[in-house]
Design a protein around this ligand. Structure first.
Ligand code: GLU
Length: 282
């Protein structure tokens, strides 16, 4: 059995709020309970929204909470050549195809079916399209999409993973990757997407236990398929409930929930934050 390893994987596109603090502290508590190591991974593939000063602020916020991580901190922005190589391999295997569609074109052609995140399922416009191939050869910006039907031919189901809860033995959970359709694995601006980078880095960092929010539970169905396609191990997963604010809304940066930095400025102590969130130790 590999030694247990976990990761906390925030995106530096805003300040950390209480929801992040809960996820980070839960990762630390699970790591402590199973004598595992907890790593920090900066998910900064978005060159516009992710800013280096936000990464520094995030590390400082976590340190304030009492969480320190082994150095050097893993940054996805350093990993682009590795992601590109995997995308090239998937292309050579005929498992991804280029797509020049804009969001508006996808909306216009959409059938009404939606992926688990609520986005229209890709209608397949560019799959096998000679016009797309010509546009790409002429230098048109393009993403790379997984050919889901071929991927499932290459790795037929049933697909499954082990879901665990802290202190409870794992249970097998069925996964249905098809509900994601032809997802983007390489964006127009960077040679990866969240899904591809997360799966590759979980394997490269030797992650055995993934503890993350329930908002990513459906993504795990896709991640297990990508792991099978790429010959990578599947960690066990715990998807925790999301911390909600007083109005019952999911706390997120977009809702302007109070950042840890703002709490700190108001004189709230890290111990108070931990207690609010139900943790007694850092
Ligand atoms: N970067 C993601 C987020 O901040 C987390 C990804 C993951 O844990 O797989 O929501």
């Amino acid at each position: 059995m590999p030694s247990p390893r976990l990761r906390f994987a925030p995106s530096p596109n805003g300040r950390l709020h209480l929801g992040h603090a809960y996820s980070a502290l839960l990762n630390a508590a699970v790591a402590r309970a199973i004598r595992g190591e907890l790593l920090l991974r900066i998910e900064d593939i978005d060159p516009v929204r992710c800013r280096p000063e936000l990464t520094d602020a995030l590390v400082a916020d976590l340190a304030w909470l009492g969480l320190a991580f082994p150095e050097p901190v893993w940054r996805q922005s350093d990993r682009m050549p590795a992601y590109r190589a995997v995308l090239d391999d998937l292309r050579a295997r005929g498992l991804v195809y280029p797509c020049t569609c804009t969001r508006r074109e996808i909306q216009a052609a959409a059938t009404g079916a939606r992926d688990p995140d609520g986005a229209p399922l890709y209608p397949g416009t560019c799959r096998g399209s000679a016009a797309t191939a010509a546009a790409v050869a002429a230098g048109a910006p393009h993403a790379w999409r997984l050919d889901m039907a071929r991927a499932l031919q290459s790795c037929p189901g049933p697909h499954a993973y082990t879901a665990f809860a802290p202190g409870v033995p794992g249970a097998t959970r069925a996964a249905d990757p098809a509900r994601w359709g032809d997802v983007v694995l390489g964006r127009k601006d960077v040679p990866t997407s969240y899904h591809l980078a997360a799966v590759l880095d979980d394997a490269a960092q030797g992650i055995t236990h993934v503890v993350r929010g329930q908002d990513l539970e459906a993504a795990t169905d896709l991640h297990v398929l990508l792991q099978r396609l790429l010959g990578l191990p599947t960690p066990c997963y715990h998807h925790h409930a999301l911390i909600r604010d007083a109005a019952g809304e999911k706390l997120s940066k977009s809702l302007g929930s109070e950042a840890l930095a703002a709490l700190r400025e108001r004189g709230v102590s890290p111990g108070e934050v931990r207690r609010w969130l139900g943790f007694t130790e850092a």
